[in-house]
Write a protein that binds this ligand. Structure first.
Ligand code: HEM
Length: 381
C-alpha cells in the first residue's frame, strides 16, 4: 500500500466516526428542540444538548464545577442543556430563582429526572403537583408541627449523647463524616419511622444504612434499568428500605391509636385512619422513604458563597422557597442546635487535617472524611 492510500484510509477511519458523531449530535439537538411546548411562543435560551441520549450528563458528573463555570461564562445565568435523561433549562441568580420558586404550579412545575421519580416514587411529595401536592404537604407538615418537634427533642438528645460518648471513648481518630451520616440515619429511623435501631440489631442497621447510601448515590442516574446500571442498583436498594418500612407500617396498623404523637410515620397512618380512607401502603412507603432521604442531598450549590449582587432573600436559600419549601426545615435546624449543644457541653475536639477541603459532586462533603480526635474537657489529647 502506498503512502497516499495509507493516509487516505487513516483519514477516513478517523474522519468518519467524527462526522457520524457530529451528525448524530445535530439530529439529537433537532429532536430535543422539536419537543418544545408548541403553545409557548418564547424562544428557548442558548445552550447545547450534548450527545444522543446521554446529553451532557457525563460532563456534568465528571467535571461538575468546571462544567457549570464554562456554561455560565458562555451562556450567562440561563441556558439549556440535557441532563439525566431530560431536556433541562438551568437557571441561576437570585431574581431568576425567585421567579421560578414563586412561580411553582403557575409558571413552572417541578419535574425531577426520571431516575428520581422512579426511585422515590410518583406518590412522594417531591413528585406530586397542584392540589395533590398541597393536600399531602399539609398532612406531612403535621409531623413537623411545634408539638411534634418538641416530642422529638428527648430522642434526638439521647441519640446524640450516645454518639458523642462513643467518639469520646474511641482510642483512634473518628472519621466524623461517615459517623455523622450513621447518626443522622439512626435519628431519622427513630423519629420519622419509629424504628428503634437497637431493636433491629447491628447487622440489620448496617444493611439498611448501606441500602440507603446506595439509593442516595444512584438517585441521579441515567434512566436505564438493566443489571448493574445506576437506576437498577438504586431500585434494588430502595426495595430493601421499602421492605423494612412495610414491616413497620404493618406493626403500627395492629396498634390501636392512642392519640400520642410518636413518629412521623405513625402520624401519617393516624391521619389515614381519621379520614376513613383505606391505608395506601405504597404511598406511605414512598413518603417515608422520602422523609428518610430528608432532602439534605438536594441542590448543594445553594450552600456555595452567594454571588456578588445576589444579596436578596433568594440569594441564599438552603431550604428552598415558595410552595416547595423544605418540610424538614425546622426539624433540621433543631437537630443541628441540639447537636451543637451536646458537643460543646461535653467535649473538645481537634480536626487532624485542619480545615477540610470540600468536594461538591455529587453532594458537598469533606474529601478526607474529616478525621478528628475528641476529648473530655478535663484531659488533653
Ligand atoms: C440541612 C438539612 C436540609 C436541607 C438543606 C434541605 C433542603 C431542601 C431544599 C432546598 C428543598 C427544596 C427542593 C425544591 O426546590 O424542589 C427541600 C425539599 C424537601 N425537603 Fe428538605 N432539606 C433538609 C432537611 C430535610 C429533612 C430533615 C427532611 C425530612 C425529615 C426534608 C424533607 C424534604 C421534603 C419532603 C422536600 C420536598 C418538599 C416539596 O416538594 O414540597 N428535608 N429540602
Amino acid at each position: 500500500m502506498d503512502l497516499y492510500t495509507l493516509l487516505t484510509s487513516a483519514l477516513c477511519t478517523l474522519a468518519l466516526p467524527v462526522l457520524l458523531l457530529l451528525t448524530a449530535a445535530k439530529l439529537w439537538e433537532v429532536y430535543c428542540l422539536s419537543r418544545k411546548d408548541a403553545s409557548c411562543r418564547n424562544p428557548l435560551p442558548p445552550g447545547t444538548m450534548g450527545l444522543p441520549f446521554f446529553g451532557e450528563t457525563l460532563q456534568m458528573v465528571l467535571q461538575r464545577r468546571k462544567f457549570l463555570q464554562v456554561k455560565r461564562r458562555k451562556y450567562g445565568r440561563i441556558y439549556k442543556t440535557h441532563l439525566f435523561g431530560s431536556p433541562t433549562v438551568r437557571v441561576t441568580g437570585a431574581e431568576n430563582v425567585r421567579q421560578i420558586l414563586l412561580g411553582e404550579h403557575k409558571l413552572v412545575s417541578v419535574h425531577w429526572p426520571a431516575s428520581v421519580r422512579t426511585i422515590l416514587g410518583a406518590g412522594c411529595l417531591s413528585n406530586l403537583h397542584d392540589s395533590e401536592h398541597k393536600y399531602t404537604k399539609k398532612v406531612i407538615m403535621q409531623a413537623f408541627s411545634r408539638e411534634a418537634l418538641a416530642n422529638y427533642v428527648p430522642l434526638m438528645e439521647e441519640e446524640l449523647r450516645r454518639s458523642v460518648n462513643l467518639w469520646l471513648q474511641s482510642d483512634s481518630c473518628v472519621l466524623v463524616y461517615p459517623a455523622i451520616k450513621r447518626l443522622m440515619f439512626r435519628i431519622a429511623m427513630r423519629l420519622l419511622l419509629g424504628c428503634d435501631p437497637q431493636r433491629l440489631g447491628r447487622e440489620q442497621e448496617e444493611t439498611l444504612l448501606e441500602a440507603f447510601e446506595e439509593m442516595t448515590r444512584n438517585l441521579f442516574s441515567l434512566p436505564i434499568d438493566v443489571p448493574f446500571s445506576g437506576l437498577y442498583r438504586g431500585l434494588r436498594a430502595r426495595n430493601i428500605i421499602h421492605a423494612q418500612i412495610e414491616e413497620n407500617i404493618k406493626e403500627k396498623l395492629q396498634r390501636e391509636p392512642d392519640g400520642q404523637c410518636r413518629d412521623a410515620l405513625q402520624l401519617l397512618i393516624d391521619h389515614s385512619r381519621r379520614t376513613g380512607e383505606p391505608v395506601n401502603l405504597q404511598a406511605l412507603k414512598e413518603s417515608a422513604t422520602e422523609l428518610l432521604f430528608g432532602g439534605h442531598e438536594f441542590n448543594p450549590d445553594r450552600f456555595l458563597t452567594p454571588l456578588p449582587g445576589d444579596s436578596s432573600r433568594f440569594g441564599f436559600i438552603p431550604f428552598g422557597g415558595g410552595v416547595r419549601c423544605c418540610v424538614g426545615k425546622e426539624f433540621a435546624k433543631i437537630l443541628l442546635k441540639v447537636f451543637i449543644v451536646e458537643l460543646c457541653r461535653n467535649c473538645d475536639w481537634e480536626l487532624l487535617n485542619g480545615s477540610p477541603a470540600m468536594k461538591t459532586s455529587p453532594i458537598i462533603c469533606p474529601v478526607d472524611n474529616l478525621p478528628a480526635k475528641f476529648k473530655p474537657f478535663a484531659s488533653s489529647i
